[in-house]
Ligand binder design. Structure first.
Ligand code: GCU
Length: 842
């Protein structure tokens, strides 16, 4: 019996303490001063007893939440009898509430999906305009309690826009395009997954941030999603999400009538094609009666579409709109239509022009249930872009903004980048259409141009990782995305702090530290990746992760920087360039046309200038590049220092997990800094005024060490390796253990010793660092098991990685040795070892 009790206790303690991120911001942790709550509720009345109803879910959620937060087990009554008991929480729709309890004053203020919450008096009232609204109200109330907000007040909260969706880029084989958190929760081996537990949990998470639709499969769609077995499967997914008020939608492959249906054509004006889609749509609604609609990527990046038959994009979109109309479904038609084979030799060619060029003549030609889904900027989720000019071009068409929660160009969730400030800059940007206030957020809500539909789509890409996004801290982005879709006037900091309290608790230092880290993170990332509007200078032809500025130019993808030996930037002016500035309304066009009125942070987006052009700050462009990259990398070190200061204030599991990531980011930010500054120093021939670039006095280059079993290797791109010859070392065969030794010539003292090596996919090499035969540390090239970013097969800016051993006493004249044992294709590659006096980063 004793043994059993002991085992029970251990298991229980472990369970209670498990902070693997799975519960995200819905932890319902006990609040410190629950006794301040004057009217502790004594029962829950949920005015619907049907288990698939969001009101029923709200009752269950309130029960679970109050037990966790206030430590009180309440009964849920679904009978909805007249209000006799006081101290009850009553949750239901306005209609049901009114039938049982009579009118309430705020009923007329409720809009679709909105709710009324009152914590005044002796009952808590949570009344939704519909079932979903009631559930949102319940989550709102629990979020307040979870943050120890016991205020007595009452208010109505309505959504800013009706469409608040997420897009998952999940493939049927279970992989996820641009997903960094493991395989799909929706699909496996070509079919809808059998186990939908995580799907329901995801729906719960999304409902708590007021998302109402999920597109479950990749925009690069596959027609076999529409097989009978998969349509049945979609029915199961929808069933799992329905109790949370989340409606399912799917992405379609335009050529499905041919590929799956066996028709000779997929021409949208061909009646047999129309009939095929109508029929498939009927079948889908038979299994998913509340299907929210379709998402379509057509004539983009090799995808088929109506242009294949010389039909317009509106012809294509309207074909789906017709099929959906009687079911109340919506077509989200993506504006991401462009030619990825444009000619870089043509100075006036510009991918950024594509959306307006393709859509401007179609304004007003889309059916009422079509919404054009527009990426926030004209190119592709870069670290900084101006708002897409299409937002103010379409006046008679409903639009939605597409944002990315998954950090495709922003560090793959292995770099901390809190995105709410970036999104808010776009949402708050005034397009000045017709010289009237026209903020992007008011255009996509439907408000500005009086459109019936509109809203947001966020590419999220959660996977099976317990943290959902592969990173505890990246979850602030999902939380913020939901909050901003509902209310874009919320502040980035306010949203963040709610999330911190719900995720990490009430410690003031924790709150302040994570706030400061998160708010510094986007500027830091912009600084060490690509500043002045030049775009994220990543490898656009490979993983979109590490640095490779040369990959931007001289290809048909059109993410050009136009960098040469003397100058850099896209000339998007009307007078001399691609005329892109002219796609904006006159007031904005004038601002961007003129170099004087273009803000520095978008200078290279709109203008081609010499490296010695003087910015508003007084610095030259090139010196700004150098300084920004050094400042950004240094800010990334500070993120690590700040997080480290939270040891003991956060549970060990999450603390260590985030510490590992911040350590990685700090190292990779240096890789970025060195790569980009080397590249432009080399290209421009203009040295860094501060003498930092290419000058690393604390480093011993691996290729300069005495090698045995190792050989030198010329790294490509060159800037992904340190030292004048830009070389690294690899073992001479992939079975030979190599050693590299050197005499330490630095003064005796205490050092942090950093080793930069390359962690490739395809092997897990092992390494040992020693000083005078004393082992300082060992590690493995096994980041593919530990981090979610897209891996690389090469020695490059993606695989370049740093490991640091701190506080090592080193005597001048000692021998430093790195031993590398290769594994598979990973030939234990090393770039350099750095002896850093404590507090120095290089
Ligand atoms: C980017 C991304 C692709 C994606 C595409 C899209 O180009 O790299 O993976 O398919 O955008 O949004 O359609």
């Amino acid at each position: 019996m004793m043994d059993f009790l002991l085992l029970f206790c251990i298991v229980f303690v472990k369970f209670v303490a498990a902070e693997d991120g799975h519960r995200a911001w819905l932890r319902y942790a006990p609040v410190p001063d629950a006794s301040r709550y004057r009217y502790l509720p004594s029962s829950i009345i949920a005015l619907n007893s049907t288990k698939s109803s969001p009101v029923y879910t709200a009752g269950q959620e309130l029960q679970q939440g109050i037990k966790g937060i206030l430590g009180k087990q309440l009964l849920v009554n679904t009978n909805g009898t007249r209000k006799t008991d006081t101290l009850a929480i009553i949750v239901g729709t306005a209609d049901t509430y009114t039938k049982i309890y009579g009118d309430f004053d705020e009923a007329g203020d409720l809009e679709e999906d909105g709710f009324y919450l009152s914590t005044e008096g002796r009952n808590v009232l949570i009344i939704g305009s519909n079932e979903r609204g009631a559930l949102y109200g319940a989550f709102e109330y629990l979020s307040r309690l979870g943050q120890a907000n016991f205020e007595e007040d009452s208010y109505v909260d309505n959504p800013h826009a009706p469409i608040r969706w997420v897009n998952q880029w999940d493939n049927l084989d279970g992989s996820i395009e641009r997903g960094y958190a493991g395989p799909s929760i929706f699909f496996r081996n070509g079919f809808v997954a059998d186990n939908v537990t995580r799907v329901a949990e995801y729906a719960r998470l999304l409902a708590s941030i007021r998302i109402n639709g999920v597109i479950v499969n990749n925009v690069n769609a596959n027609s076999s999603l529409l097989s009978t077995r998969n349509i049945e499967g979609l029915g199961r997914l929808a069933d799992a999400m329905r109790p949370y008020g989340i409606q399912l939608g799917i992405s379609l492959l335009f050529s499905s009538p041919r590929d799956l249906g066996g028709l000779p054509t997929f021409d949208p004006l061909e009646p047999t094609v129309d009939a095929w889609w109508a029929n498939i749509t009927e079948k889908l609604y038979a299994h998913v009666p509340d299907m929210v609609g379709y998402l379509v990527k057509a004539n983009s990046e090799g995808q088929p579409g109506p242009l294949t038959y010389n039909r317009t994009l509106a012809d294509g979109a309207n074909m789906f709109a017709r099929a959906l109309e009687s079911h109340g479904g919506v077509v989200m038609f993506r504006a991401f239509v462009y030619d990825n084979h444009i000619n870089p030799a043509n100075w006036t060619a510009d991918r950024a022009n594509a959306a307006v060029d393709f859509f401007k003549d179609l304004d007003g030609k889309f059916d009422e249930n079509v919404v054009v889904q527009i990426k926030y900027g004209p190119i592709d989720f870069q670290v900084r872009e101006p708002a897409s000019p299409l937002f103010s071009t379409l006046r008679n068409t409903s639009t939605a903004i597409e944002l990315q929660v998954t950090q495709e160009y922003l560090g793959h969730q292995d770099h901390l980048v809190y995105l709410a400030p970036l999104w808010k800059e776009i949402l708050d940007f005034d397009m000045k259409a017709d010289n009237r206030p026209s903020k992007v957020k008011d255009i996509i809500s439907g408000g500005r141009f009086r459109r019936p539909l509109g809203g947001s789509a966020g590419v999220v890409n959660v996977g099976t990782n317990t943290t959902w996004l592969g990173s505890h801290l990246a979850m602030s982005n999902l939380y913020a995305y939901g909050k901003l879709t509902w209310d874009p006037s919320l502040s980035s900091e306010g949203i963040l702090q709610d999330w911190i309290r719900l995720t990490f608790g009430f410690d003031k230092t924790v709150l302040d530290t994570i706030t400061s880290m998160s708010l510094a993170s986007w500027p830091a990332y912009e600084n060490y990746t690509g500043n002045l509007g030049v775009q994220t200078l990543t490898d656009i032809l490979y993983t979109h992760f590490g640095p490779n500025p040369a990959s931007q130019d001289n290809n048909g993808w059109g993410q050009w920087t136009r960098a040469d030996h003397t100058s850099i930037g896209m000339d998007r002016t009307v007078k001399n360039g691609t005329r892109n500035a002219g796609q904006y309304s006159p007031a904005i066009a004038q601002q961007f046309e003129n170099i004087e009125t273009t803000p520095d942070n978008l200078l290279l987006w709109f203008h081609h200038v010499s490296y010695t052009h003087i910015l508003k700050s007084g610095k030259t462009v090139i010196q700004h590049f150098y300084d920004a990259h050094y400042a950004g990398a240094s800010a990334a070190q500070s993120l690590l220092t700040q997080w480290s200061s939270l040891r003991g204030k956060i549970d060990t599991e999450r603390f260590e997990d985030v510490l590992f990531k911040q350590t990685y980011q700090a190292g990779h930010a240096l890789v970025w800094r060195d790569s980009i500054t080397q590249f432009y120093c080399n290209l421009s021939g203009i040295p860094d005024e501060a003498g930092r670039v290419g000058n690393h006095t604390h480093r011993i280059e691996a290729e300069d060490m005495t090698l045995s079993g190792y050989k030198t290797y010329a790294v490509s791109p060159f800037h992904a390796a340190s030292g004048p010859t830009h070389s690294a070392i690899v073992t001479s065969t992939n079975t030979t253990t190599g050693t590299a030794t050197a005499n330490v010539t630095f003064v005796s003292g205490l050092y942090d010793i950093a080793v930069n090596y390359y962690d490739l996919i395809g092997g897990r090499a092992s390494y040992e660092l020693s000083i005078n035969n004393r082992t300082i540390g060992t590690w493995k090239g096994d980041l593919e098991d530990k981090l979610g970013h897209a891996p690389s097969r090469f020695l490059d800016g993606h695989s370049a990685t740093r490991v640091t051993f701190r506080n090592v006493t080193v005597a001048k004249g000692s021998t430093v040795r790195i031993m590398g044992r290769p594994d598979g294709v990973e030939a234990a590659p090393v770039d350099y070892v750095s002896f850093l006096p404590v507090g120095v980063w290089d």
